[in-house]
Design a protein around this ligand. Sequence first.
Ligand SMILES: NC(=O)c1ccc[n+]([C@@H]2O[C@H](COP(=O)([O-])OP(=O)(O)OC[C@H]3O[C@@H](n4cnc5c(N)ncnc54)[C@H](OP(=O)(O)O)[C@@H]3O)[C@@H](O)[C@H]2O)c1
Length: 365
Amino acid sequence: MSDTQIPTCRWGIVTTGLISSWFVADLMMPRTDAKASHIIQAIGSSTLQKSQDFAAKFLKDHPDQKPALYSSYQDVYNDPNVDCVYIGSPHGFHKQHCLEAISAGKNVLCEKAFTINAAEARELVAAARAKGTYLAEAMWLRHRPMVTDLRKLLYEENVIGNVFRTTSDFQMYVDVANLPPTSRYKNPSLGAGSMLDIGVYSLTWAILTLEPEAPGPREKPKIMAAQSFVDGIEVTTSLLLHYPDTGRQGVVTSTTERRRDESQIIATIDGTDGFIEVEGRVPSHPTSFTVYPKWGSDDKKPQGKKYDYSRPQQGFIYEADNTALDLAAGRKESTIMPLSETVRVMEIMDEVRRQGGTVYPVDQA
Ligand SMILES: NC(=O)c1ccc[n+]([C@@H]2O[C@H](COP(=O)([O-])OP(=O)(O)OC[C@H]3O[C@@H](n4cnc5c(N)ncnc54)[C@H](OP(=O)(O)O)[C@@H]3O)[C@@H](O)[C@H]2O)c1
């Protein structure tokens, strides 16, 4: 590859569910500032018909894309033309599907929640290291340019002084009581519950805005958590992160019991000299943020400065580009979401579940 060329990644898409469709649709959208190019090399599903339907629907405007269509996931892992497998199965299957891909020698980008618990995550890290394959969690939020800019404003330019608190809430209505037991929102074996599914994003906002250091070994926050249940499935989680050294607090919540507004404030960061509101549809999908000066005794909200990051893409393109760049550079994990950080987040969520009372079948294995 010459300096003027951008790397190409040939993706093997595993499953034809919702997230795989979002990922593929984003990769196919035209853009002028690409850091990498992407080819949908293979699609694997539980049936050939589903792979065919998926390609017909999401690649119909892209005749240059001619993926191999498979009736199993294993065929994707075995395809020598696939550079990286994207795993979009329910989180209860992530360990199995990642292990199968790694054992076939494939690089892997796996959806969040990376696994059900930290023990499973550590097992995957060990397997990838033993095999020498790339492994990363598809935590797309961390890859957004907005996050880099926001962290620079917070910790290099100190635009709101000393950060002392972040709040973030993820709401997404799911009618758990009326879902079939096979649904990934209802089946504990598949990882049902708001914390792993959506709370991980509120938690990520707290981590990204309360911890100035780049990902790596660091102080673990203290955690206080509570969880509530419908039909034995966790539907609401509230947790407090407390960093003893700085006194910073993260107030992190998620619920599948409340329908969200179309556009709302998805995180608020409070500092001694001002505050920042992050706007968007949900915490995984921020579109802008506004920096406000300190709100004094005045009743009127102060004038803020808005930073807008709206784009036609949903934003999966950033993690896809960075994965392609990692692979081209021969890296075995992401610098933005290193495996140690994935394991640390899983450990935090293990502790939340320990306090809150969510137990999954694999926890007892
Ligand atoms: N990054 C994000 O913002 C985001 C958003 C949504 C979901 N996710 C993550 O992506 C993963 C998948 O979520 P999703 O909403 O895409 O799920 P989904 O629409 O239900 O799709 C999951 C796919 O997994 C396959 N699968 C295999 N065994 C299954 C089983 N027993 N039950 C259900 N599906 C099974 C199916 O694909 P085939 O029929 O093709 O085999 C199914 O279409 C989850 O881990 C979730 O947390 C991430």
